[in-house]
Design a protein around this ligand. Structure first.
Ligand code: HEC
Length: 162
């Protein structure tokens, strides 16, 4: 005598059974989630690696001119400039690209900035003082300012003086 009214020793093979269907959806969800995360990481990586168009244009200009390279090396290697400045970001002093952008329309930008590099500056960007650089010669300061202004997105090889 058995109490069971419906003995069912066989496991269900019904394809519409709830359990396999739910785990199939879970699998699809996990794959979709992994795809979204993967694509997001790929996109972030691409944004970090991809150079900005103005960078490559300025780089080409600088690569073609030993004078601009000299100016670059004076700023990035031979002096204390990088203690306060970076290329892109305003840190203690304004980013070099931002300086180039700001003075792009000024014909006297190079002599003006060369003067600022030697004499120091305050009040143009904020209240932090940029110290004087009396050890830098006028010629060096102009090379530095020339490189700086070559970073300007408006500059083209045709527009730069020889
Ligand atoms: C102690 C930090 C410091 C150092 C070192 C420094 N700067 Fe600056 N620089 C600043 C600050 C702060 C400003 C913004 C000054 C202002 O608001 O007028 C500035 C501004 C400038 C400007 C823009 C001036 C203007 O009138 O808009 C140029 C160009 C510049 N720096 C170039 C250089 C160069 C080239 C060197 C290296 C020889 C250098 N700086 C070293 C802090 C510094």
């Amino acid at each position: 005598m058995s109490d069971s009214q419906h003995p069912d020793p066989q496991p269900s093979t019904d394809p519409d059974n709830d359990t396999p269907r739910r785990s199939r959806w879970l699998g699809v969800l996990i794959v979709a989630f992994a795809l979204v995360v993967g694509l997001g990481m790929f996109n972030i990586g691409r944004l970090i690696i991809r150079p900005k168009p103005e960078v490559t244009a300025a780089d080409r200009l600088i690569e073609a001119s030993p004078q601009l390279q000299k100016g670059r090396d004076l700023v990035t290697r031979s002096s204390d400039c990088m203690r306060c400045h970076t290329m892109e970001l305003d840190v203690v002093g304004p980013g070099f690209r931002n300086i180039a952008k700001r003075y792009a329309g000024r014909d006297d930008a190079v002599p003006y900035l060369a003067g600022k590099i030697r004499e120091g500056s305050v009040g143009e960007w904020g209240r932090i003082v940029m110290p004087r650089h009396p050890q830098i010669t006028q010629e060096q300061a102009e090379l530095m300012a020339g490189w700086l202004m070559a970073l300007s997105p408006a500059k083209t090889p045709a527009a730069s003086p020889p």
